[in-house]
Design a protein around this ligand. Sequence first.
Ligand code: MRU
Length: 371
Amino acid sequence: MNAPGPTEPPHRLRPLRALPDASGVEIIDQRHLPHALRMATLRTAADATLAIADMAVRGAPLIGATAAFGVALQAQHEARDAALQAATAALQAARPTAVNLAWALQRMQRRWLALPVADRAAACWAEALAVAEEDIAVNAAIGRNGLPLLQALAARRSAAGGGPLQVLTHCNAGWLATVGWGTATAPIYMAHALGMKLHVWVDETRPRNQGASLTAWELGQAGVPHTVVADNAGGHLMQHRQVDLVIVGADRVTARGDVCNKIGTYLKALAARDNGIPFYVAMPTSTLDLSLTDGLAEIPIEERSGREVTHLSGRSASGALVEVQVTPDGTAAANPAFDVTPARLVTGLITERGLVPAQEAALRRLMDPRP
Ligand code: MRU
């Protein structure tokens, strides 16, 4: 049974918003956060492809919603099969790991393939709007389904001497990574709105620092107490009983429950297991890829530019946004952007359909369309 939770997402802004005249989509350009809140407008499928590839928008569900609007924008301009197929292929190639991208593109394709060319523009726009609206509802359900876990652990902490519930999260699986609420953050925002005392340890999440720059910004906007820590601090905090649970998001989860998420997630799961701390993954079922079983062998891991490792960007004392080099000239850098946490290390998956174990039978049952 779901516990009650607040009904409004934690922020009035949306990372993606369709313009009312269907001429474009306004996004938050996340490359400038936390130092500047800049909006940008996507008007073509190519704009959407670039926004995903350059990470102006990022996070699995938001990538999927942006791709859906990319197809819808293409349909406004030219809706014949060849044009829609070319736009779809370009969007699909923008980033390889988050399966929500393929999920959204397949959903859009099912819609437009079934229609004559003249009807596609309106239908694709309506479908993209539905993808975005559903994402908000799905994440709210994830929040409601995760809330009892937080409440139980908060009660346990309180029985053991009190203090706020201590949550650790990695990367940004917050509202900036979705159309609203976030996945890992949805139960956190609901618990906070209900008055629970909690505190979030935010992994900085090198190399792009989505934790330090995006999760910290979001939690700060919502007034959720939090502290940014270097990625390597998590194990130490867990050994000293300063973490009650870990909640992360996911980019792709296989049929047997292997979880692919931002690089470094696996190390947090190992430390959590060694210290007997629950490790939960919050994910919409659009992140589930039942066509794959072995996450390590089968999930494509994005390899990004080594420059993200050799350089850091941030705000200087004068207020300018600057980039600095942290490695010696000419040093080689590798940058795998995701890793896979084997199902055996995952305590449970928090989905919009309920809490499930990371086990194949349970996941297949969850997605079984039969009543
Ligand atoms: O490279 P990013 O910023 O797109 O990676 C994001 C993550 O790894 C998130 O944890 C994941 O997409 C889940 S978002 C709800």
